[in-house]
Design a protein around this ligand. Structure first.
Ligand SMILES: *Cc1c(COP(=O)(O)O)cnc(C)c1O
Length: 394
């Protein structure tokens, strides 16, 4: 089997898995308990927090452990919205191609009386700091823009956007779930006020993540209860998962340059190979993208059929985000970068990791063109395109 869906989730690294089982076995006390066993868990937790903070360029007390990316996004946005309402500011700036954890939270806030500006995304899948600056108003209480897109892998000019927000004194949140562990992040240097990440996107366990919130910016809890996470997130801490996350992130950061060079070379070969398929197009900027991300549209086919046939060939891929697969709506990300509906339906996302090999790329480059040709063979839309009854868009 070839796993090429690392944007959906990643396989835990042996080191993270070892840390998780060792911690669960040996440090199983409740960190809130006062006896020695509990205090050991408390110290282990403090150590993991300090290590996460160091990697992000933050202070340990600015790191809050969560259940993952969705929770971090929800809490960051809702917290800033509540803070804004207290100052009579109910305007939020975001983009049209955020993850649903952000978009659906914003939709909910719109129903609650907030106004959201969704910046259009350029064809290359990138928004500019100038556009953010132009959208900020006196009543803006939050700018939330993802670090790297989960479907097309494009990386946003986060440092510049952060500088614009800092100058306007507007809190800046970034969903860095796809970026953490894959590209360098320094929250201070990049002027980031809030940042969410999730362990399972960098070879850590599912169900654990972290939210960075800058000192001085109040953070409201989503979950009320005990005093864990300095009263910002109630619930007995997932110590084993948190330690495994810290280990996984450290491992990724230690190897970041080496991994990026290796994975992006595989990615580039894949992009070059798939570009040879007639009437296909790469989605998102060719250079400014995550090392492992390949996303194509092929005219005249349905992405879902392509995925099923790839699965039969032993290749795990995606047509967009895991959250939208199963629905027949085309990807909101591909529509946001201007792909027409018909074209957006024929998309394929392949996301590679350090575990993939040259042989995997060879195999994918053998199977995808064959399956695309096969599916086009009985596609009425393709017949229309070939006969000229319908104009090619790619
Ligand atoms: C996966 C993902 C999320 C959700 O993270 P979970 O830990 O699965 O809740 C949020 N944002 C982006 C960009 C993602 O890729």
């Amino acid at each position: 089997m070839i796993y090429a869906d690392n944007a959906a989730t990643t396989k835990m690294s042996p080191r993270a898995l070892q840390v998780m089982t060792d911690t669960a076995r040996n440090v199983w006390g409740n960190p809130s308990s006062l006896y020695e066993l509990g205090q050991r868990a408390q110290e282990t937790l403090a150590d993991a927090r300090a290590r996460m903070a160091r990697i992000l360029g933050a202070e340990p007390k600015e790191i809050y452990f969560t259940s993952g990316g969705s929770e971090g996004d929800n809490q960051a946005i809702r917290s800033c919205a509540r803070l804004g309402a207290a100052k009579n500011r109910r305007h939020i700036v975001s983009t049209a191609f955020e993850h649903h954890a952000v978009l659906h939270t914003l939709k909910r806030l719109e129903k609650e009386g907030y106004e959201v500006t969704y910046l259009p995304v350029h064809e290359n899948g990138i928004v500019t700091a100038d556009e953010v600056a132009a959208a900020i108003r006196p009543d803006t209480c939050l700018v939330t823009i993802m670090f790297a897109n989960n479907e097309i892998g494009t990386i946003q000019p986060i440092q510049e956007i952060g500088a614009v927000c800092r100058a306007a004194k507007v809190p800046f949140h970034t969903d860095a779930v796809q970026a953490a562990g894959h590209v360098a992040i320094d929250v201070k240097e990049m002027n980031i006020d809030l940042l969410s990440l999730s362990a399972h996107k960098f070879h850590g366990p599912r169900g654990v993540g972290a939210l960075y919130c800058r000192t001085g910016l109040p953070l409201y809890p989503l979950i009320e209860g005990g005093a864990q996470e300095r009263n910002r997130r109630a619930g007995t801490e997932n110590v084993a998962g948190i330690c495994a996350m810290a280990a996984a992130l450290e491992e990724m950061v230690e190897n970041m340059d080496k991994n990026a060079a290796y994975v992006s070379a595989l990615r580039d070969r894949l992009i070059d190979g798939l570009s040879a398929i007639p009437h296909s197009a790469l989605n998102g900027d060719r250079k400014n993208r995550l090392p492992g991300n390949v996303n194509f549209c092929f005219e005249g086919i349905e992405g879902e059929s392509l995925l099923l046939l790839l699965d039969q060939a032993g290749i795990c891929a995606s047509s967009g985000s895991a959250c939208t697969s199963g629905s027949l709506d085309p990807s909101h990300v591909l529509l946001a970068i201007g792909r027409p509906h018909e074209v957006a339906h024929g998309s394929l996302r392949l996301t590679l990791s350090e575990e993939n090999t040259e042989a995997d790329v060879d195999e994918i480059l053998k199977e995808v063109p064959r399956i695309v040709e096969y599916l086009r063979g009985f596609s009425p839309i393709w017949q229309d395109l070939v006969s000229g009854r319908r104009a090619h868009m790619l």
